[in-house]
Design a protein around this ligand. Sequence first.
Ligand SMILES: [Cu+2]
Length: 169
Amino acid sequence: MFSVSFLNFFRLSLPLAGLLALSALAQQAATVKVEGAWARATVAGQKGTGAFMKVTAPQAMKLVGVSSPVAGVAELHEMKMDGDVMRMRAVPAIALPAGVGVQLQPGGHHLMLMDLKAPLLKDSQIPVTLVFQNAQGQTLQQQVSVPVLLGAPGATVPGQAGHGAAHKH
Ligand SMILES: [Cu+2]
């Protein structure tokens, strides 16, 4: 009797162990917190736009890539004042210190969606895949559904209202 029930237990526990291993992997790929994501709506003929969000990684890692099915090309960008001129350029990676919310925002680091296949319509949602590299060199991907808006949503990030007010353009 004991041997039969032990065998049944063994048969049941093997697939269960496999499922637990799979869910642990899935969780590892989804540990980065993304808040207040939005992409700027575009008009017909406009080929590029920016996407913005606050990204908080639980451990030090780097944002190393971005892609979206709505864009032929997607890059990590940085905006900087060069004398009196605001310039934008692609960067290979954006550092994410452990537990620190990094703002991707207009005027700073942002996600650039280019070669758009269709205008991004206000109040639609676009899928965006973020690619991270952790300290061990492993690549992790995370899918984000990003709302398309005309401008930054008001005070979506708690504690950042004053910051936003100080940076009106
Ligand atoms: Cu840009």
